[in-house]
Ligand binder design. Sequence first.
Ligand code: ATP
Ligand code: MG
Ligand code: MG
Length: 413
Amino acid sequence: MEKRVVGVLGAGQLGRMFVEAASRLNVTVRLLDVGDTAPAKQINYAPSTSSKGQSEHIDGSFADPAKIKELASKVDILTIEIEHVDATQLQSVLDQGLVDGVHPLPSTIALIQDKYAQKKHLSEKGLPVAEYMAVGPEDLSSLKDAETNSKDQALGVSKAAEAFGLPLMLKSRTQAYDGKGNFVVRSQQDTQQAIQALGGGSRGLYAEKWAKFVKEVAVMVVRSSSGEVRAYPAVETVHKDSICHTVFAPLRVADAGVERRAREIAEEAVATFGGAGVFGVELFLMADGQLLINEIAPRPHNSGHYTIEACETSQYENHLRAVLGLPLGSTALKVPSAAMINILGLADSDKDGEAVAKTLAPAVASLSVPGATAHLYGKAGCRKGRKMGHITIVGQSDAQVRQRLETVERALD
Ligand code: ATP
Ligand code: MG
Ligand code: MG
């Protein structure tokens, strides 16, 4: 059906589930990531093609320009499973005609990589975001030595505290994931510690007003190459220690208008970007019913894992269809209720594998739970908080799903 080969920057769990979707449609995927045993490479057969026995996958970093070029020379379309890639090199392989397309557009990836630039873009487009402010120079290229930057940033934090009050959220502009680029500034005395924790003045920072949300919400949106946008149902995401823990689909709140508005805002936001693919839009639901966009991921997203079992077309298949310009599939739920729970590493790996065994206990428990599907990512080493797998549970009602979820959660205790 499809002769074009898709190249993916990154071969973690998102790439692995993308490969699963692609394999059902006979689409060949080639991957760039470090090592031969990255989660997505494990399930994607790529025979040796040279006398040196080299795999058709690329062993290297998705931030390495030479490796990106090497992947580009083997494939027709490039996409990503992580946004921390070299966007300049993606633009250049596109300009050189090495590939027929890069999705989402390298300019969109670059914009989203800088969370401050992303916020600025969204607010300029009239989309609702928490108040925010640059801390230190707005232009990242004018960052100076660490000492000068730290001084500028300390001044910036005190300005932000004056404007937004405390606590406030100090955020790293780039390379953030799982809350690792965030620091809650509760008093002015925290300022130095916050700046040190977030890179000690060598990285760009910005401040956000504290969002006293009542719930966190996420919406996956797929954008076709012709610019059509389709939202999946809004879901509730529950974070623990800044890492996504559970997802409930669909979002249930007394005012049904909130679910619709979340989808509309997410579609509107994704419509402002170029290129095709799925985007994960994270939002805060405030007590007065207002929705604020937290951030957007230009790729399949943890909050959209549930779509594999619960929607007519999964986020991974729709991402594939979008980047190849194939017709998009329905984003509707095909079950009344669903939940997803992440399996996070309980401890750093120990010699006898006890940490791994304990970590995977909920997956074992899920095998006898009706409506549950376990996804393990094949990661060799376990680290505390590392995403090792997830379980999706579907059911005929929220009550049934919650009850099934409890059985799985009990295995965690
Ligand atoms: P991800 O893994 O989703 O990419 P990230 O490292 O980019 O995470 P954010 O999404 O910015 O980090 O923040 C992580 C979590 O921290 C949010 O899901 C939310 O729970 C909390 N948070 C972020 N910004 C704020 C804010 N302005 N006010 C209150 N809580 C916040
Ligand atoms: Mg993020
Ligand atoms: Mg986030």
